[in-house]
Design a protein around this ligand. Structure first.
Ligand code: NDP
Length: 241
């Protein structure tokens, strides 16, 4: 059945692949972004998917943006919390600002986006929420205390909400990608990529954004109704939980 899906950070990188795959699966998709208007415009021209600009770190902006999308497209049945940032630094050099920005976007952003859709999903007795966490939320990563803490928090959030939503027909799951070949990762020096990063990945390559997108499409489908509170590790075997 076609539903309305909202993908945060859905105009670039992994989020863009998720938006396209959900559209391909027949859903009406709204993609949000934070500030890169050029990328959003190019994405809409390429895909026909409508984009909306606000920060997931701002609760009031999330509530207003969601209201607007629901008025324009209908009730949101699928929410993909994908937007995320990094502000890496070794802990002794990490500033309170770097800590706060990452927690506000990568962890509090999930509260801000999920809270305004939750009551509607409960009333309609249907919802699919997919949170994009990270391998580094599972294993921790030096230089990313802020990011690892936020992404681990996303997993706790997923498990708690799964228990609250189960009776109301709402499933809540997480995906933990490993190294995915987005612009950011492909921009890493080729020598570093080939000699230091890829050798850590047992399948011997980076993941593709579409591989994460296909996991999302499945978790967002009616067929996945018995799966809730779970985490899919999509990391080429780099970290086996
Ligand atoms: P990108 O940097 O390519 O894209 C991030 C997207 O999120 C952009 O659309 C950006 O908007 C949006 N965004 C950032 N901050 C905010 C905000 N405050 N409010 C709303 N939107 C925001 O990221 P990736 O595709 O690489 O990553 C997507 C998700 O996957 C993230 O949660 C990331 O942590 C996770 N992940 C990525 C991995 C990888 O290898 N790439 C590995 C593991 C996890 P704008 O275009 O305006 O900047």
């Amino acid at each position: 059945m076609a539903r309305v899906a909202l993908v945060t950070g859905g105009s670039r990188g992994i989020g863009a692949a998720i938006s396209k795959a959900l559209k391909q699966a027949g859903h009406t998709v709204a993609a949000t972004y934070a500030g890169n208007d050029d990328a959003a415009r190019a994405f809409t021209e390429e895909t026909g998917i409508q984009t909306y600009k606000w920060s997931v770190a701002d609760y009031d902006a999330c509530a207003a943006g969601i209201r607007r999308i629901e008025e324009e497209l209908g009730p949101i049945d699928i929410l993909v919390n994908n937007a995320g940032i990094t502000r890496d630094a070794m802990f002794h050099k990490m500033t309170p600002q770097q800590w706060k920005e990452v927690i506000d976007t990568n962890l509090t952003g999930l509260f801000n986006m999920t809270h305004p859709v939750w009551s509607g999903m409960r009333d309609r007795k249907y919802g699919r929420i997919v949170n994009i966490s990270s391998i580094n939320g599972q294993k921790g990563q030096a230089g990313q205390a802020n990011y690892s803490a936020a992404k681990a928090g996303d997993l706790g959030f997923t498990k708690a909400l799964a228990q609250e939503g189960a009776r109301a027909g709402i499933t809540v799951n997480a995906i933990c990608p490993g190294y995915i070949g987005t612009e950011m990762v492909r921009a890493i020096d080729e020598k570093v990529l080939n000699e230091r990063i890829i050798p850590q990945i047992p399948v011997g390559r980076l993941g593709e954004p579409e591989e994460i997108a296909r996991c999302v499409v499945f978790l967002a489908s009616e067929d996945a109704g018995f799966i809730t509170g779970s985490t899919i590790s999509a990391n080429g075997g780099q970290f086996v939980v």
